[in-house]
Design a protein around this ligand. Sequence first.
Ligand code: CP
Length: 530
Amino acid sequence: MQRDGPFKGRSISVVNSLSLDEQRYLYKKARELKTELASGGDAASFRIADPDYSAYLIFLENSTRTRESFRNAAQFHRVRVNMFDTATSSFAKNESITDTIKMLIGYAPESCFVIRSKLEGVCTWLDSYLGPWAERCGHKRPVFLNAGDGKHEHPTQEFLDEFTFLEQLNWNDQSIHLALVGDLYHGRTVHSKADGLKIFKHVKVDLVAPDELSMPPFYVDTMKRNGFEVRVFRTLDEYLASGSVSKLWYFTRLQLERMGESVLEKAPLLKRAVTFRQDMMDKLPEGTRFFHPLPRDRMAPTIPTFLDDTPLNGWDAQSANGYYTRAVEMAMLAGVIGQDFSGKGKEPTHEDDSFIMEAPITKHAKQEYKVGIKPVESGMVIDHIASGQSLQAIWDRIDKVRRVLGLNLRSSHGVYHSNQGPEVYKGIISVPDVSSFGEKNLKKLGAVSPGCTINLIENHQVVKKYRLGMPPRIYNFDEISCKNDNCVSNPKHQESVGTSFERKIDANGNARYVCSWCEREHDYSEIWTL
Ligand code: CP
């Protein structure tokens, strides 16, 4: 059977790997599959049914639900199912994950990899590097499914959660009011809600967690930017007294083991703040349902076991839904289904890739270089370095520019008045007898000191002037690294993954650098190792 369609060969690394319409398609198909299997149907039109198609389950961290639902989904598809034994594999001989997967791609005509790892951004990296590599070597492009990467994302959990909410709401996607309760700081499943809930037109989210476990501001900002109404409560008691309580509650496990001594001392108080109690039962709205990504901590469950056999229990059916949604995800990426998709697909990001703008040559520009800095007869002058910042910041930036560009040659520098105002200063570096910095160094200069200008001097005259902005993508320079310790590219993991940042405009209109793998945002000054 010819397998094709808009999802064939794609990967699910993050929730946004699928557009909203594509996510809706996934939920529609999962509903069809669930209905067909419930009525005893064979669901043949969903099956990959190819003995040469290989599904590798690579779990570098513990799992029950994700691993077993994917294993059962792969068996449903009647493909080769490989439960990769990480403990006895050559990972123990320090093999990198890239090398490992490269080998495995060669063992079957077509492969899908389901990966859980503490390395954040690992699936994005593998898809970006090994996808083209496999095609160059004559293999079919492998697909990657992120089964949870550190604190970053758990997209297939998010899709099963949203499927469950839709099912609970009779497939009405007009609005949702959801309470997120528990450890909102560490839980990647609640972080993914900032994007996953966008499938509902109107979203109201109540965040219930003590300060020590509160949702990181990045995700709260994302929710607000996505148009969600967000309310914050510190305890369940405070929430229940608020007068407006959701009927859908999503609990998470407390990951106190990840926190320092000072927080552990407060553990009983923190647990009490987000653990449901018997005396709260009559404060719940009629028809309330509780959900939980599971596992529940058997010592300190935020949803106590006395609720297991009550109508509040939505979590058991929720975890069963993982089988249907994951089977459908595998079918989509293998190209078995998707031909009938008619919505809006994932749009490529159209970033303006210019960062060098020609600037007008002003009269006083020439005068400027005569004040306290040796006039350049011919060469380059880097002007407006850290313009308007404190004197200390300007000197620091001059130092950084010199080190990043390796300016160990005849030149001079200083801090000067800017013509922007009496107390406004800027840095200048003049480099005589140099007519070009080269494209690589221009990129570095734009990224280390956006807003600076480059003046090309000939016969004491400024003949060309350029203003530099932040380059849209900066990658594979030795002097940059992602500052997220858990990022797959962080040098401490020795995975030989090149550093790569993409420019993104944040909620306040400021340009930031986002790691292409783990999506950690950085100020431009943070990306440097020098
Ligand atoms: N919800 C979830 O990811 O469970 P497992 O850790 O058991 O896979």
